[in-house]
Write a protein that binds this ligand. Structure first.
Ligand SMILES: C[S@@+](CC[C@H](N)C(=O)[O-])C[C@H]1O[C@@H](n2cnc3c(N)ncnc32)[C@H](O)[C@@H]1O
Length: 250
């Protein structure tokens, strides 16, 4: 099947936004795992003084996880789907959280002060050019800034691949079909099978110039299916300058 991309994907999310929160609530661990990944950013002092970007925030579940992990940070949350954003905006948020209708690629083109950290929960599998998006994320992050990617990325074992297909065929696609979003939930199934395995995405991050790349599993049934990828934006120029940039001293 052809995967949904760009405009078609955004329209599919616009439609699915009505039922997105209730369907993800049926997934045990969906929100706990997002919080686990957000906490893995290990942002100091509750994020005080930091600016964080939530890339592909959807209805705000990942934004809520970031807010819990870093309650004092200034958070900008962006998404390509107006429908998903409307759901996010209907929820109560403190004044230091803002939402914008932008694609990840558009964020990179804006000449803004770079972010201290980027959290990306599920956009990478959905874009045509993940390397282009990784390069864009490097321009959005300050040197030494932190990246956490929370993504469906299979371990590489046949058992995890088979479990993913069984859960999609038995639960996720039928539930999505009932809500009128069969194409999106079939896209979810197939896009995970097509996307990088966890070792391949780790290598992709390193090839993109990120440093200190690590991968960690989530808990529960999604172990081996969803991973957190952690990395830092290398400094421009020589590798050896990174510690200076992180410390901010010269
Ligand atoms: C599976 S949802 C996850 C939403 C949210 N991060 C969460 O954890 O619940 C993926 C979101 O990524 C958004 N998305 C996909 N490609 C994007 C892009 N290129 N730029 C911005 N958002 C994108 C979609 O519109 C969708 O809302």
């Amino acid at each position: 099947m052809t995967l949904l991309r760009d405009h078609d994907l955004a329209r599919a999310f616009d439609h699915a936004a009505r039922t997105y929160d209730s369907l993800t609530a049926l997934n045990p661990g969906y929100r706990t795992d997002l919080l686990r990944s957000a906490r893995r950013l290990q942002l100091p002092h509750g994020g005080a003084g930091l600016r964080i970007l939530d890339l592909g925030c959807g209805t705000g579940s990942s934004t809520r996880a970031l807010l819990r992990a870093a309650p004092h940070a200034r958070i900008t949350a962006v998404d390509a789907s107006a429908g998903m954003l409307r759901r996010a905006l209907a929820k109560p948020w403190p004044g230091h959280v803002r939402f914008q209708h932008l694609t990840a690629e558009e964020v990179a083109l804006r000449e803004e002060e770079p972010y201290d950290a980027v959290f990306a929960a599920y956009p990478f599998r959905n874009v045509t050019d993940p390397d282009g998006l990784l390069a864009a994320v490097r321009t959005m992050l300050r040197p030494g800034g932190r990246l956490a990617v929370h993504e469906y990325s299979l371990s590489g074992s046949a058992a995890h691949r088979a479990l993913w297909t069984a859960v999609c065929q038995g639960v996720i696609v039928p539930a999505g079909t009932l809500s009128g979003d069969r194409a999106l939930y079939r896209h979810l199934w197939r896009s995970v099978l097509d996307f990088d395995t966890a070792p391949a995405f780790t290598a992709r991050l390193t090839d993109a110039g990120f440093t200190g790349v690590r991968v960690a599993p989530v808990a529960g049934w999604q172990t081996g299916i969803v991973h957190t990828f952690l990395a830092r934006n290398a400094s421009q120029g020589a590798e050896g300058t990174e510690s200076t940039a992180v410390g901010g001293a010269a």
